[in-house]
Design a protein around this ligand. Structure first.
Ligand code: ADP
Ligand code: MG
Length: 225
């Protein structure tokens, strides 16, 4: 169970020119490890998550999710891999306004049935016990982010991808969310890849890598072992 990204290159057509969004990027995230990629806006962080999440095909390079090489799969197989092995927390809090916290989690998984126990357990795990019946407008920004994280874990993914989880939060609330992500990563042995522009919010990461103009460079260890 892990995420292995090898020699990734991704370009976008930019008029007549070509914009290199990912330039020879390699990165491995092991189960139970939280790796943070820090970099300024436009450096390629969301592109990296889109490729790791099999939402975008790279021009070249390999994406191995939990032992499966995504590049060898057709679109349908990739969708299955994504649904069964990958949890994604998008940058935009994309909760459905009319649903309660519990229903947000159940909506992900309505085809499979028998999941309400797991949904309630996950809401407890993210610190939302007693708030299962609240709708998004009855939750704080940090609580909505917790619902997002719980929802991404509903499918018991091997790999968790998280885009700028603290950008809408104040520093203290952001720090709590980062601590929660580190805790869930360890407890559930998920390989978590998180991207952020915020250097002040990487203390809970096990490993930090810097991204600049589509290139990665190993930076320094986080404050935790
Ligand atoms: P970050 O998440 O670090 O802000 P992105 O991955 O969103 O960076 O973007 C990296 C670069 O690729 C930026 O220069 C951005 O403008 C460009 N880019 C992102 N998505 C597209 C797209 N769909 N088409 C063309 N260029 C894009
Ligand atoms: Mg981004």
């Amino acid at each position: 169970m892990s995420l292995e990204l090898t020699d990734l290159r991704l370009t976008y057509a930019d008029g007549d020119a070509t914009l290199v969004a990912l330039d020879d990027v390699s990165l491995t995230v092991k189960p139970g490890e939280l790796v943070a990629v820090v970099g300024p806006s436009g450096s390629g962080k969301s592109s990296l998550l889109a490729v790791a999440g099999t939402l975008l095909r790279p021009d070249s390079g390999r994406v191995i999710v939990d032992g499966t090489d995504a590049c060898g799969l057709n679109d349908r197989e990739r969708t299955t891999l994504r649904r069964e092995r990958i949890g994604i927390v998008f940058q935009q809090a994309n909760l459905i306004a009319s649903l309660t916290a519990l229903e947000q989690l159940l909506a992900v998984d309505h085809m499979r049935g028998g999941v309400s126990g797991r949904a309630a357990g996950l809401l407890r795990a993210v610190g939302l016990a007693g708030k299962e019946d609240r709708r998004p407008h009855q939750l704080s920004g940090g609580e909505r982010q917790r619902v997002n994280i719980a929802r991404a874990l509903m499918g018991e993914p091997a790999v968790l991808l998280v885009d700028e989880p603290t950008s809408a939060l104040d520093h203290a609330r952001g720090s709590e969310i980062m601590g929660l992500l580190a805790e869930l990563t360890e407890e559930r042995a998920v390989a978590t890849l998180l991207v952020t522009h915020d250097m002040g919010q990487i203390g809970h990461a096990h490993r930090v890598t810097e991204m600049d103009d589509g290139r990665l460079s190993e930076r320094r260890a986080g404050s935790r072992p």
